[in-house]
Design a binder for this molecule. Structure first.
Ligand code: DX5
Ligand code: ZN
Length: 215
């Protein structure tokens, strides 16, 4: 069974509270929060104050995706704001262990992400330390981009490795996922499907949650 993780980046920010409540009402258990610094990616999104606002409104698990050049500087701020799991990128920390330890000491889950041009083999040996592997299916920075299909074999490779080594690392896939490609992403072995534009532009959000739950 797969789970949907709506990316709040796709929400209407003029009605943020209602959008979050609507996701909760639709049965969403995980919210994906995209944090961008205008340096690691060419866009700026939002910071800990908005994460705290979302945490106050929602009962969902907050999966915070840090697209930051120096993510560790902000770990504590996001934990205080209500993050349940914090993901940073392989591109900024190819030797991730000290940062995982910082997250463990702060009492939250740890996630590791790779961009579409990074081979999944580069991170497999680290997966035992992580709760989450976030495979990017777009180049991070913007919502509403086209799904990059070369992520599919990476999902299968990671699935095989995780199962073979009996790990509990969750595989999440992020970018360009919609009702049309969700099934093949889940079939390749993904546990969580991040969905921004497709979720928040849908007028049947509950239907989407249930559809993904059946995959
Ligand atoms: C990309 C973000 C994604 C993305 C998801 O930088 O990490 O979470 O915005 O949104 P959609 O589903 O619109 O691609
Ligand atoms: Zn993301």
């Amino acid at each position: 069974m797969a789970k949907i993780a709506p990316s709040v980046l796709g929400a209407d920010f003029s009605r943020l509270g209602e959008e979050i409540k609507s996701a909760d009402k639709a049965g969403v258990e995980i919210l994906h929060l995209d944090i961008m610094d205008g340096h690691f990616v060419p866009n700026i999104s939002f910071g800990p104050a908005i994460v705290r606002t979302i945490d106050d409104i929602s009962g969902a698990y907050l999966d915070v995706h840090l697209m930051l050049s120096e993510p560790e500087k902000y770990f504590e701020d996001f934990v205080k704001a209500g993050a349940d799991c914090i993901t940073f990128h392989y591109q900024v920390h190819p030797e991730p262990k000290p940062y995982v330890k910082q997250l463990r000491d702060l009492g939250v889950g740890a996630g590791y992400s790779i961009n579409p041009d990074i081979e999944v083999e580069k991170v497999l040996s680290y997966l035992e330390h992580f709760d989450l592997l976030l495979l990017m299916s777009v180049y991070p920075g913007f919502g509403g981009q086209k799904f990059i299909r070369s992520v599919l074999p990476k999902i299968s490779t990671a699935r095989e490795y995780i199962d073979k080594h009996n790990l509990s690392t969750v595989i999440a896939v992020d970018g360009g996922i919609d009702a049309g490609n969700a099934a093949e992403v889940a079939a390749a072995g993904a546990d969580w499907l991040v969905m921004g534009t497709a979720f928040f532009s849908s007028d049947d959000r509950r239907g989407l949650v249930e559809m993904v739950n059946k995959l």
